[in-house]
Design a protein around this ligand. Sequence first.
Ligand code: PMP
Length: 422
Amino acid sequence: TAARVPAVVGEALRVPLVTGGRIGYANLDHAASAPCLRSVRDAVDELLPWYASVHRGAGFASQVCTRVYEGARAKLRAFTGARDTDAVVFTRNTTDALNLLAKALPRATSVVVFDTEHHAALLPWGSGPRVRRLPAPATPEDAVEALDAALAACPEGPRLAVLTGASNVTGEVWPVAELARVARRRGARTVLDAAQLAPHRPVRIGELDIDYVAISGHKLYAPFGAGALVGRADWLNAADPYLAGGGATRAVRDSSVGWNLGPERHEAGSPNTVGVHALAAACQTLAADGWRPVIEHEALLLRRLRAGLGEVPGLRELSLFGTGHDRVGVVSFTVDGRDPGLLAAALSAEHGIGVRDGLFCAHLAMQRLLAESGADSQRALRVSVGLGTMTEHVDRLVAALHRLVAEGPRWRYEQVDGRWVP
Ligand code: PMP
């Protein structure tokens, strides 16, 4: 937990728990971005001296990077259990991947999406007459039924069901295989937003029988800037390039452009070789031991976290499907009579604990969850754990919350630009 205080920390930013230039910081915000794995850092360190352009360079370093870049594609294919015919397109993140798919949909595709989705999965399809937003289901079974009915009512033509692996607000796991089954029966394709599920559980395209999956490297213990869309190549090959530019073209003449087929069609511009190498290294590490260490570590932390939170007076946990439902290491809650923003600020400033507060880019989901929980707040706090979390972090959070709820913050805070600062 003890890391050296970075030089970019200015004096205005108070840092608690600093001893001898080191800070004991508990990052309980893995669902936003997870800290880098050591194996990922090693992979990046190894590649950086060979940093060069891919595909078009004749030099040795360019050839190294080209192999690394295409090797990462193969690793992503293995990680997602893709079919041989699936394309692996590198993107910046999940948002980028889902927007790419939205731009590649055949004309007049009907889209069905639950309004509980993260905005990255809710918004790229627009709001035209062919986009049907389903209200939040009360149970996983209701979700399957609602999707089935909505797809049955779609007009003739291509259909896409947008699914989520795990909620970024509650961590609850959606019944992806069942939803995919009804979609298949109704002749619809499926895309899975796996931003939150993929860091915690295996996501295998073939086994789930989904058509596309979108992931982000920075949630998978790799640095920012690399993600992927993996799935059926036909719509992608038929669509206009996502970005127009070098690398996406076969031949350019005065009056015409011949675009590449395959992932290059949508990857114009110099790609993020280091980023995809890091992402692929993270994927390999996570899957290395068949996921057991990851799943067991998180289950232990989550049990401890929820047991501890359950003892905090006035704390209301948010839940879509009921608090007993399967979830990954994400818990959102309110505390009666306490401003979540102030609690989050005091957790950071006074206790060295990083959490998140707000609406988590899921405004429609949050409206419903807050109303149903009877919360007296329009926002919530979110705590999320992962491979960078130790039981000591969880215990520190629970103790800090008890203290803040009982005694209030030790320091005085004021609101600046909507945020509480000490
Ligand atoms: N979907 C879900 C469920 C998420 O949690 C997030 C990130 N909070 C996204 C999509 C978007 O991911 P990114 O910001 O990496 O594009």
